[in-house]
Design a protein around this ligand. Structure first.
Ligand code: UT7
Length: 326
């Protein structure tokens, strides 16, 4: 089995900062409510950049970091639930933008767990010997699918992209991977696409609005449950203890979800890397942005272990443990 190394990371968020007070001008909310219920203070909102634009910028940074040539990229796996279009896939648009002419490209739909799912796919392809150089991207432009009149959802999300470059190498840096889904609870976090509407459909088909619908409390409970479950499963598979983990990078959805999971795991909040105050929930980009920050701020050194875990629409969850080698 081939060994997998992460040789580069990158991330991108749009320049426009929207803080909680800005949102209180468009919906009935306040900085006090948003901060106390979620921990979010501000988020970045696209002023026109689409998912592929942000994904391309994060990808270029990861490629530079990995010091590889674009012609060497064999696979681009891009996680998103806010693609530019049904087709081409956003991965193919990024391929065109960066001129990765030798890559096979496809999108993965696993909402906020997307980065973890895409990483797992990349890892398995490399281990199996199918590809040696894989670009993983998580990117979402949630601002384009939010109902900006719905205060219970529009305050939570931000736009962004993140990327990681994975290569077949000398030392295995991925100590475990884990994923799971519960489609039976899919209705608690939704964004419909287009209705079946053709000359052979009986009756009038109503138009569908592609906006996010969410049962916040259901997702909250789900998040706490699968965070704990994923952490335990990843540790067991890697045969390591929580004490050996330098940082847990959780999906950046809500400070209180992380707090509840920390209590269940019997650990302090200082064990988690959290940046949701600055970016809100950036969906598939979230854990990759945090990973890139942890590396670029030199918060980890060679040999440190990082446990990364996501959860979201589908419902889906998953993560991986990474041994730092940079
Ligand atoms: O990647 C996964 C994405 N989703 C999530 O992570 C969501 C997980 N869930 C949550 O984060 C929380 O459930 C929320 C932050 C969404 C909501 O917090 P909550 O403590 O569960 O509040 P709630 O939905 O029970 O609402 C409490 C009250 C309601 O008013 P009434 O009925 O008590 O009068 C809401 O209408 O807060 C009201 N409310 C707001 N008030 C001010 C809901 N949103 C807002 C708001 N500003 N933005």
């Amino acid at each position: 089995m081939n060994k997998v190394e992460i040789t580069g990371t990158g991330s991108y968020v749009p320049p426009k900062i929207v803080d909680n007070n800005d949102l209180s001008l468009i919906v009935d909310t306040s900085d006090e409510w948003i901060t106390s219920r979620t921990g979010i203070k501000e988020r970045r909102i696209s002023q026109g950049e689409d998912t592929s634009d942000m994904a391309t910028k994060a990808a270029i940074e990861a490629i530079k970091d990995a010091k590889i040539s674009v012609e060497d990229i064999e696979l681009i796996v891009l996680a998103t639930v806010t693609p530019d279009s049904f087709m081409p896939s956003t991965a193919c648009i990024v391929q065109k933008n960066i001129k990765a002419v030798n890559a096979t490209c496809f999108d993965v739909s696993a909402a906020c767990s997307g980065f973890a799912y895409a990483m797992d796919i990349a890892v398995q392809f490399i281990r199996a010997g199918r590809f040696k150089n894989v670009l993983v991207i998580g990117a979402d432009t949630f601002s384009k699918i939010l109902d900006w009149k719905d205060r219970s959802t529009c305050i939570l999300f931000g736009d962004g992209a993140s990327a990681a470059f994975l290569q077949s190498g000398e030392e295995d840096q991925i100590l475990s991977t884990y994923t799971g889904s519960d489609g039976s609870k899919g209705d608690s976090l939704t964004c419909p696409a287009v209705a079946v509407n053709n000359p052979y459909v009986d009756g009038v088909t109503g138009t569908i609005k592609s906006v996010v619908g969410m049962e916040g409390r259901e997702i909250f409970k789900f998040g706490v449950k699968v965070l704990e479950k994923s952490v335990k499963a990843l540790l067991q598979q890697a045969d390591c203890t929580l004490e050996e983990i330098k940082y847990i990078i959780p999906h950046q959805a809500n400070y209180r979800i992380i707090e509840c999971a920390a209590k269940k795991l019997g650990i302090g909040m200082d064990r988690f890397y959290i940046n949701l105050d600055s970016y809100g929930n950036t969906s598939a980009a979230s854990i990759g942005i945090a990973l890139d920050e942890v590396r670029k701020k030199n918060l980890v050194k060679k040999g440190d272990k990082i446990l990364i875990v996501g959860f979201g629409g589908g419902l889906t969850y998953g993560g991986f443990i990474l041994k730092v080698n940079l």
